[in-house]
Write a protein that binds this ligand. Structure first.
Ligand SMILES: Cc1cc2nc3c(=O)[nH]c(=O)nc-3n(C[C@H](O)[C@H](O)[C@H](O)COP(=O)(O)OP(=O)(O)OC[C@H]3O[C@@H](n4cnc5c(N)ncnc54)[C@H](O)[C@@H]3O)c2cc1C
Length: 375
């Protein structure tokens, strides 16, 4: 990939930079974060990688990389509709019916619909195909019963990309269906789970005889595994680009703190900060490499696992450095609003969410390197 910007790319960067200067604002609450996504949408800057016909910009891969870097530079807030934008939307574009596209895509872009991903269950995480949430055929629809868990954003979500079992006799990968489930339908109960960071960002979700019409099947009945893999690859490919913004903000804040506390006078601290900076640059380069590969194949491939493995472990190393550099201050909830304590604790989940590091290594071994299966 040629990392020098062409004149067109430079003008794209300048346009977005100028727009950000005018429009970026601090957003923390759900309402503020929704307003931020709506602002991006109204400015034409939501889902820039989506094709123009679906409300995106059809941005080139280099433009996507520039876009992420500018968000980071402007200290822009995170996107609250990240699951819809990076995982559900691209999967609906690839596999949805015209009706599903018309109904959901622009609301995903604007943040009017917040989505969650109902894949994991108490007995199906890494071995996702063992999932047991049942959907029984009932006229022109399904009756769904079962439990999902660790469902991020479910407490604020309007819709859920839901995996259910529809064939109980078929081999486990063959009897799964993917549904677009209304989180406000009767029979859906969401129970927040508190993480050690104090956050309740994910939830248990219970489905008790929830009726979902057949028109809300994404892909084909009993072929939901294909839909799930497409969604997971979109997740791994896109999350790596998104988390960069967060990591860049976090590292910039750490460097500023190290300076203001005169910790940067210590050469060992400087080396550690330089190491964290280099690793973030490596993530940026690797993201560009993944985007290059995406541009050749058109669909995210298993190599997205290298990016997921790298950013999750990198962030844990960086948060460890933050604790060492800031010392006991990092443990205080009133120091920088507790962000260092929070970031350190939240980073533990990075190597579990979107597939654990062990699972990423298995995927890289088997599907990227072509090594034999490990059973
Ligand atoms: C912060 C966070 C947010 C999440 N958000 C969502 C969400 O929005 N939606 C959703 O559906 N899920 C979500 N998850 C769930 C996540 O996808 C699962 O936790 C993950 O897939 C692991 O499943 P599990 O927890 O059941 O662990 P298990 O699968 O039981 O794994 C336990 C341990 O065994 C290891 N292991 C399992 N199988 C193998 C193997 N074949 N080879 C080597 N090691 C193995 C694992 O690596 C792990 O260390 C989230 C998780 C976290 C932490």
């Amino acid at each position: 990939m040629d990392l020098n910007l062409t004149p067109d790319e430079q003008s794209f960067r300048d346009e977005f930079r100028a727009w950000l200067q005018e429009n970026v604002f601090e957003a923390k609450t759900v309402d503020e974060l929704k307003r931020w996504q709506r602002t991006l949408f109204e400015g034409g800057w939501a889902g820039i990688s989506w094709p123009k016909q679906y409300g995106g910009r059809g941005a080139t891969l280099m433009q996507q990389a520039v876009f992420q870097e500018e968000l980071a530079l402007a200290d822009a807030p995170q996107l609250i509709g990240v699951i819809g934008l990076s995982l559900v939307g691209p999967t609906i574009i690839a596999m949805g019916t015209d009706e599903q596209k018309a109904r959901h895509l622009s609301k995903i872009l604007s943040g009017e619909e917040i989505w969650c991903q109902g894949f994991s269950e108490p007995n199906a995480g890494s071995d996702l195909a063992s999932l047991g949430t049942r959907a029984l055929k009932d006229g022109d629809g399904f009756i769904v019963s079962g439990q999902k868990t660790w469902t991020s954003f479910a407490h604020i979500a309007d819709w859920c990309l839901l995996l259910v079992r529809t064939d109980f006799e078929a081999p486990k990968h063959k009897g799964i269906t993917c549904l677009l489930a209304d989180m406000h339908a009767p029979g859906v109960t969401v129970r927040p789970l508190r993480m050690m960071s104090g956050d309740a960002g994910f939830n248990e979700v219970f489905f008790e005889n929830v009726r979902i019409p057949s028109s809300q099947v994404l892909g084909k009945v009993n072929e939901g595994w294909t839909t799930a893999i497409a969604a997971l690859m979109n997740e791994r490919a896109n999350l790596g680009t998104g988390v960069q913004v967060l990591f860049r903000r976090n590292l910039n804040a750490l460097i500023a703190r190290a300076r203001s506390m005169n910790r940067s006078a210590d050469p060992i601290v400087r080396q550690k900060l330089a190491q964290a900076y280099l690793e973030l640059e490596i993530l940026r380069m690797n993201t560009n490499r993944a985007l290059t590969s995406l541009s050749k194949s058109g669909v995210p491939g298993p190599e997205g696992s290298t990016l997921k493995l790298y950013w999750s472990e990198m962030n844990q190393r960086t948060q460890q450095i933050a604790q060492e550099v800031l010392g006991q201050h990092a443990q205080l909830s009133d120091f920088d609003n507790g962000m260092w304590q929070y970031s350190y604790l939240r980073a533990r989940g990075n190597t579990i969410e979107a597939g654990t590091s062990e699972i990423q290594r298995n995927i890289i071994a088997e599907r990227v390197l072509g090594l034999p299966k490990s059973y």
